[in-house]
Design a protein around this ligand. Sequence first.
Ligand code: ADP
Ligand code: ZN
Length: 723
Amino acid sequence: MYAQVIVDIAHSQVDKIFEYSCPPYLKAGSRVKVPFGKMLVDGFVLGVEERSSFPPEKIKPIAEIFDELPALQPECFSLMERISSRYKVPKAAALRLFLPSEMRLGKVREVYKKYAKLAHISVPISKSAKKQQQVLSFLEDKTEYDFTALCNMFGRGAVNSLAEKGAIIVEKRQIKRNPFSGMEAEVKPKTLTYMQSNAIKSIENSSKSIHLIHGVTGSGKTEIYLQIIADVIKNGKTAIFLVPEISLTPQMLSQLRARFKGEAAILHSGLSAGEKFDEWWRLRSGEAKIAIGARSAIFAPLENIGAIIIDEEHDSSYLSETAPRYSTVEVAKFRAEFNNCKLILGSATPSVESYLAATEGKYNLITLPERINKKPMPEIVIADMRKEVKRGNPSPFSAALREELDATLKSGNQAIIFLNRRGYSQKVICRDCGYVAKCENCDVSLTYHSEEDCLKCHYCGARYRMLPACPECGGVHIRYSGTGTQRVVSELSSLFPAARIIRMDNDTVSGKDGHYKILHKFAQKEADILVGTQMIAKGHDFPAVTLVGILDADMSLQFSDYRSGERTFQLITQVSGRSGRADMKGKVVLQTYCPENYILRYAVNYNYSGFFDNEIEIRKATLFPPFSLICRVMVTGEDEAKTLEALKTVYFEIEKLRNFDSKQFLFLNKMHSPVKKIQGKHRYQVLMRLKDEALLQNIYEISVAATTPYVLVYVEENPTNLS
Ligand code: ADP
Ligand code: ZN
């Protein structure tokens, strides 16, 4: 028999199918090791056939077969084709998406115990192969035997050659690790409200395959998802449930585990390699039927999918920022099509793109305008920080926020303080000469972290000692500008010495259950105030929180990005949604330097449709996405001359496209990227705004062709981060 193999080398020159001879029991989808040149490399079996078009002496045998149950299911190969042609990546790079990275390159294989048993089929073994005969008679009266022990007794060669001939079966079995054992909170299914059951009926009865649930925060979307998943499982199918960030997953997971027990499996980057491997195989083997996780869980090894749910669909984490730079919603559409199943997108603040598709009738739109039990939305009060400055208030807290904090603490409730940044302070500036401390590898300013008394680069993680004096002018008047979470915490503790305060941001969160521990502590009311960045904005449900303070609401308005209005609206709505979720009325204090801004006006009144109508008019008039496509070709490399050369080539080729079809280009230019260097790599870009997707494939092709061993060239579509 002959196997068609894709070798696990993501390079366009080996992006083809190779043939190897193989034993008859090899199945399509298996992971194998094959000789490739002078090396042994991993590969994926695309198919197995009886004949080969090559002369037999040219064909080498497969060296090793990994799993009894093929790791890749048939759908993977169909998705592989779509992904590699859509994002112009080698087939191997597309296939890698389907396997946890720990599973590749043999990182966790050894953790598993192998067992061998007789295959009970007649395979002729030559009499002269004494060792092999001995293995067979040894196994005769045993149901199975430890594979390593067998190799030690009779030699690895004999045992392997029996396995290759199919005379014995080697099986891997796992020692199961449960990543979140003991975390199951008891969650009973709720009796659905009228609105919730209507939503489910609408999803069931609609002829459309994509559904958008636009429900205000606290409208009971989660319960709808759980009910849909329960129905899908009851019908013998499987489900994928995506949430934006791992910080949310433990909370959601404990709900799902309590409800679905072992049928739910979690896939996320915070798990140990072994745990990830176990959870993945539980899904692949059919033991678990619900995959929960962030972006990459869209590639969960499930068959017969009944529903794919994407919660907080507007979240930017659903766009991959490493190759292949896929859109999760787009991949979800591929999978929904293949499985002929429903795709459900949910959000309190849908992306402008999705909401437009819904209003145009492409998606089935479901609106939940009220919270469960008609609970009022928290009142949002604007605090004008310009007046605070005039009044001589230097602290990051307005008088209004201080009063509300005081009242909240006195009543025994909890508060969340949100701000957009990390670290104690922002930049480190010399007041004498204006020198700003920057990273040596990256063109970004450093941030002071008081707990460790050091400067950190948030791009590459490099640490520097705090400067005793300015390296430029020798001056000692070094200042920190801006406010970070650490400074907020220390100011809060001097304002409210009795309050218990915890902080959650990238610096305090580490380890797989770091998020969980902090959130759990807060949920148990072991702290009164939670201070945090973006991480605390989404999804959490803390019943005792009655106050949310947003310290710098307009921070994100200052970015020169067409999406900054949308981002700001989403952020305010999401953070506000954490307040007053249970019986007590919630309040939000929103601090801003531009209270007259229209985005803030819509957000304060929870007026999504007002915001949307306004925003879509602007986008239409200015021809920004979704009425055009922003495309950036990044060109990065250590050698600046080579990088510039590649940039020139890319630009030259794209200019040719423009000369041919100038109407497609609303904008085209080449330039330094805003962050000129990251981790020692120079960064240049060709930025363009295209009328539509017509030329996109050409641009991908130009980029693939311009990539060299020294310079990386890649395409980003409507990038969320233009740094
Ligand atoms: P969303 O995901 O839309 O923000 P949640 O699903 O978190 O909202 O629901 C908000 C609150 O309402 C939660 O505390 C949840 O337990 C409660 N809830 C949801 N559905 C029901 C229901 N049918 N009956 C009673 N309470 C419900
Ligand atoms: Zn750096």
